[in-house]
Design a protein around this ligand. Structure first.
Ligand code: G4P
Length: 535
């Protein structure tokens, strides 16, 4: 591949995630993006297939049983010359750590809001991650087929709640409380959709008109047409003006209105979003910013998943390519260990249906077969001195001790725990005791414990019981060992170590933690895992 064609290929990549609170319509919108991209032919198939236990983006059986999407998966397809890499993010809040990781791999995000609910808890949390990364955020206000909060009121809420400037990119057009179209401000066009009677399974026909056309009066009636003209005039005069430079810096968000269910407003949103969303940009590393086109291959692992297919007992590391081209057969180095790694043929993902991919460039996500060499956060690069900042590991809030039913399966348990900890499903900790280190598991959400028990049983044939421990927060800690011992020795605390030997202290309540942080001045506390092993 010449450097001009590499540049062209990278330039057409759009790698993004959808952030939303559960129920805002992420599955429905994803399905519509797939429908428009030609990746599926009838919308509704994701859901009906879920019912048939073959869901496109659900891997684990448990997810399918519970009907929630737990693990992040990657969907990729072509649309109007763009290569779309859609990082699916788990909707359930207990899996927000997976979502954080997916956002590390994204170049932009779609923030999906319910038109009656606006900003919700999960939206707020995920937005703050995007903010920290200065990701460009495109807002889609969904469910506008139903009457919701007044559009400008909703924009105000978003601005006040999230502190991001918002400007209207498309405006909903209603007729007797029914959504009939949107006004596209960039193209200065009114789009009126034809209703379909297939419940949004196919793309509706749209007619485009100018705001001043006489046909608009015929279609909407003179009064509604006049109202629309007034609304748009008011937007032009009084509302926040479009500022695409600020969008690129993550300081402002264009807002689109529509309905993922009826597809109204989805086509224009998708087109505008793809045109304005950034292709892969230089990323910060220990060697300075890495240009996606001119630097040789580099990337980082944002997710590891074991046993995706029990028949093969394989383990896949998901790597976001940050620069250059992934070439099967070439060598790269894992920066953390300094070990060289032969890049095998990548597995590309259309969720479960794996196809062998032959080409991956910056912006793409590849799945690599792994035999335990890779971990979440690892940089893999031709230049082994280069390291990306890594993927933060958040301190858990739930802790439990593991009890085994059958002591003879201890080795299997250890292997299972190690694998699942490397995936990031749980944090594996060890508490010192006279009989040897006692394994303790920590998780950000309780549901992760259910997943752990379920997967240990299913994938490692080990039956365990988890006894909850009375701790609710934890911090990694650095400082003189005797001071760590002293702090951890107080009532309601426990000293543990993670699998890298980093000491941690578990606290029974937030107040005790805060007190320790303000009083124990020889110690430094971290709420994300320190990168380097402590000497
Ligand atoms: P999620 O992935 O964000 O959790 O949301 P999902 O797409 O599953 O949608 C949640 C519910 O909201 C679904 O209804 C879905 O049909 C509905 N929904 C999604 N987009 C729209 C929209 O544009 N307008 C309206 N009115 N509803 C929308 P459900 O009753 O829970 O499921 P179902 O029986 O419809 O499948």
């Amino acid at each position: 591949m010449t450097s001009a064609s590499l540049e062209r290929e990278i330039g057409r990549r759009r790698t993004f995630a959808i952030i939303s609170h559960p129920d805002a319509g992420k599955t429905t919108l994803t399905e519509k993006l797939l429908l428009y991209g030609g990746a599926i032919h009838l919308a509704g198939s994701v859901k009906s297939r879920r019912a048939a236990r073959h869901a496109t983006s659900d891997w684990l059986e448990m997810e399918q049983e519970r009907g929630i999407s737990i693990t992040a998966s990657v969907l990729h397809f072509d649309y109007q010359g763009f290569r779309i890499n859609l990082l699916d993010t788990p909707g359930h809040q207990d899996f927000s750590e997976d979502t954080y990781r997916a956002l590390m791999a994204a170049d932009s995000a779609i923030m999906l809001l319910d038109n009656r609910k606006g900003v919700e808890t999960q939206t707020r949390k995920l937005f703050s991650v995007c903010r920290r990364r200065r990701l460009p955020i495109f807002t889609f206000v969904n469910k506008c087929d139903r009457v919701g909060t007044d559009p400008l009121g909703l924009l105000d809420d978003v601005q006040n709640e999230l502190g991001i400037r918002c400007f209207v990119a498309t405006w909903p057009i209603r007729e007797n409380d029914r959504l009939i179209g949107v006004y596209d401000r960039a193209a200065e066009q009114v789009l009126l959709y034809e209703r379909t009677d297939d419940h949004g399974q196919s793309r509706p026909a749209a007619r485009s008109l100018t705001l001043d056309s006489a046909e608009l009066d015929e279609q909407l009636g003179a009064t509604a047409a006049a109202t629309l003209r007034e609304e748009i005039e008011l937007l032009d005069i009084a509302a926040e003006p479009p500022d695409w430079g600020a969008v690129a810096r993550g300081e402002a968000s264009p807002v689109y209105f529509g309905s993922a269910l009826t597809n109204f407003g989805v086509d224009v949103f998708l087109e505008r979003f793809l045109a304005a969303a950034p292709p892969p940009a230089p990323r910060e590393s220990t060697n300075g910013p890495i240009d996606p086109v001119s630097e040789p291959f580099s990337g980082f692992v944002f997710k590891v998943q074991a046993n995706m297919d029990l028949r093969h007992r394989d383990r896949i590391a998901f790597l976001r390519v940050c620069s250059g081209r992934f070439e099967a057969g070439s060598e790269a180095t894992v920066s953390r260990t300094g070990k060289s790694l032969r890049l095998a043929e990548p597995q590309e993902f259309m969720a479960r249906e794996r196809t062998h991919g032959t080409e991956a460039v910056a912006g793409d996500v590849v799945g690599l077969h792994d035999r335990g060499n890779l971990r979440v956060g690892d940089t893999v690069a031709v230049d082994g001195t280069l390291e990306y900042p890594g993927v933060p590991r958040f301190s858990p809030e739930h802790f439990a001790q593991i009890r085994m039913e059958d002591a003879l399966r201890r080795k299997h348990l250890d292997r299972g725990l190690r694998h699942l900890a490397e995936e990031g499903t749980i944090l594996l900790l060890f508490a010192p005791s006279i009989t040897g280190p006692v394994p303790i598991v920590g998780a950000v959400g309780r549901l992760q414990f259910d997943v752990l028990v379920d997967r240990l049983e299913r994938e490692y044939s080990v039956t365990v019981r988890l006894d909850p421990l009375p701790f609710h927060c934890a911090r990694w800690v650095q400082g003189p060992d005797k001071d760590i011992e002293k702090t951890a020795g107080a009532y309601g605390r426990r000293r543990v170590e993670d699998t890298d030997g980093h000491p941690m202290i578990l606290f029974d309540n937030e107040w005790a933690l805060q007190r320790s942080m303000s009083q124990d001045d020889t110690l430094t506390f971290f709420d994300v895992q320190p990168r380097k092993p402590v000497d």
